[in-house]
Design a protein around this ligand. Structure first.
Ligand code: ATP
Length: 355
C-alpha cells in the first residue's frame, strides 16, 4: 500500500484560454494535514474541486488511496468536503443534518443514531442535536458542517476556507480544535486558505500557490525559514528583501554587494559572480544599534520611527529610500528621526534568491 493518500501528477485545469492550475504535482501522505495556501485566484479552490470530483483536469492524473479517479463521481470518492458557507439544511435539526448522507446511503437506523451521536460528540455539540441551524452561532454551524462530513468516515477531508466567516478570536480557537480533531481521527486533511498564519499554525506541510503554480511545498518551518522564491518570502510573514549582486564565492561563503557594502551570505553553489540576487532577512533576525558593531553583515541606515504592535515593537529604518522593518522585543535605545543607525544579522540567517 502506497503511503500516499492523494497524488496529483502533472495536473492542469483551463477555463477557456485561462490556465487556473498549471502542471501541479503533490503527494499527500496518509494522515497528513496539507494546506494549499495562496492569494485570491491562485487556483487553490480549483485544485480542491478536482480532488473532490466537482471539476475535471484537462491534463494529468489524480490518484486517491491508490485508485485513479478519472470519471469517478464525487459521491463515489473517499473524500468529503466542508465549505465556508456551511451548506446546512435550514429546515432540519442538527441531528438530521448530520444524518442526511447516511440516510441517503440507506445505512441502518440504529447505526445512523450511533454514528451521528459520535460525530456530534467529536465536535462537542452532542447537546445541540435538536436545534435548528438558525439557533446556532457561526462557530457551531461550522462544527455541524464538519460533523456532517466526518460522520461518513471519509479517508480524506477537504476543507475550503472553513473558518473564513468567523471572527478572529473564534477562528483561532477553531484552528486548534480542527487540528486536534484531525490528530484524533487520523484522517488526511487538505485545507485551503489565503491566511498564512492559519496555514503555519495548523499544517504538517504547506503548498504555496501563485498563479496556478506551486511555488514551494514544505513544513511550516521550511517555508518560513527557507523560502524558495521572492513570492514565498513576501507572502509568508514579513520579510525584508535587499537587492544585490554576487561578488565572490569562497570555500565557505558567498558575498553579495548591497548598497556598496560587502555582505557575507550562506554559500551559493549555483550563483556566479555578477548574478543579480535578492537577500531575504526576517525582521526578528535583525539587530539595530546606534554605533557600528563591525559585524560581518552590517548596513548603515537612518532611523524613521517605531510602531508598537502589542508584544513586539516594529522599528522602521530607511536605507537609500528602502524601508527596512526590524522587530524589537527587549529594551530599546532612544533614537531620533534621521539619526544614523546600523543594522546587522548573522550571515546564515539570510536567504538568497535569484532575481
Ligand atoms: P479564492 O481564494 O479567491 O477562492 P482560489 O485560489 O481558490 O481563490 P480559484 O477559485 O481556484 O482560486 O480560481 C482560480 C482562477 O480560475 C480564478 O482566476 C478564477 O476566476 C478562475 N475560475 C475558477 N472557476 C472558474 C470557472 N468555472 N470559469 C472560469 N474561470 C474560473
Amino acid at each position: 500500500m502506497s503511503n500516499h493518500m492523494v497524488q496529483l501528477n502533472d495536473v492542469s485545469k483551463r477555463f477557456g484560454d485561462f490556465v487556473a492550475v498549471d502542471n501541479v504535482n503533490i503527494n499527500i501522505k496518509r494522515g497528513e494535514f496539507l494546506t494549499l495556501l495562496g492569494p485570491s485566484g491562485c487556483g487553490k479552490t480549483t485544485t480542491l474541486r478536482m480532488i473532490a470530483g466537482f471539476e475535471q483536469p484537462n491534463e494529468g492524473e489524480i490518484i486517491i488511496n491508490g485508485q485513479h479517479v478519472e470519471g469517478v463521481p464525487p459521491y463515489e470518492r473517499d473524500v468529503n468536503t466542508v465549505f465556508q458557507s456551511y451548506a446546512l439544511f435550514p429546515h432540519m435539526n442538527v441531528a438530521d443534518n448530520v444524518a442526511f448522507g447516511l440516510k441517503m446511503k440507506k445505512v441502518p437506523k440504529n447505526e445512523i443514531e450511533q454514528r451521528v451521536h459520535d460525530a456530534l460528540k467529536m465536535v462537542q455539540l452532542q447537546d445541540y442535536a435538536n436545534r435548528k441551524p438558525d439557533q446556532l452561532s457561526g462557530g457551531q454551524k461550522q462544527r455541524i458542517a464538519i460533523a456532517r462530513a466526518i460522520v461518513n468516515n471519509p479517508k480524506v477531508l477537504l476543507l475550503d476556507e472553513p473558518l473564513g466567516a468567523l471572527d478572529l478570536k473564534l477562528r483561532k480557537q477553531m484552528q486548534l480544535e480542527l487540528k486536534h480533531l484531525q490528530q484524533q481521527l487520523g484522517i488526511t486533511f487538505i485545507y485551503v486558505t489565503h491566511d498564512q498564519e492559519e496555514a503555519l499554525t495548523m499544517s504538517d506541510r504547506i503548498a504555496v500557490m501563485n498563479k496556478g503554480v506551486i511555488e514551494q511545498i514544505g513544513t511550516p518551518d521550511e517555508i518560513y525559514e527557507r523560502p524558495a522564491s521572492r513570492f514565498v518570502a513576501d507572502f509568508i510573514g514579513e520579510t525584508n528583501l535587499f537587492e544585490g549582486v554576487i561578488l565572490e564565492t569562497t570555500d565557505h561563503s558567498s558575498y553579495v554587494e548591497i548598497s556598496g557594502c560587502k555582505i557575507p551570505v550562506p554559500k551559493q553553489e549555483d550563483c556566479r559572480v555578477q548574478d543579480r540576487v535578492y537577500l531575504a532577512v526576517r525582521p526578528e533576525r535583525i539587530r539595530i544599534s546606534v554605533q557600528p558593531g563591525n559585524h560581518e553583515a552590517e548596513l548603515k541606515g537612518k532611523f524613521v520611527e517605531r510602531v508598537y504592535v502589542g508584544s513586539v515593537t516594529k522599528t522602521i529604518i530607511s536605507i537609500n529610500d528602502q524601508s527596512v522593518v526590524i522587530s524589537e522585543y527587549d529594551e530599546m535605545v532612544d533614537m531620533s528621526p534621521g539619526q544614523d543607525v546600523y543594522i546587522s544579522w548573522q550571515p546564515e540567517k539570510a536567504v538568497v534568491m535569484k532575481g
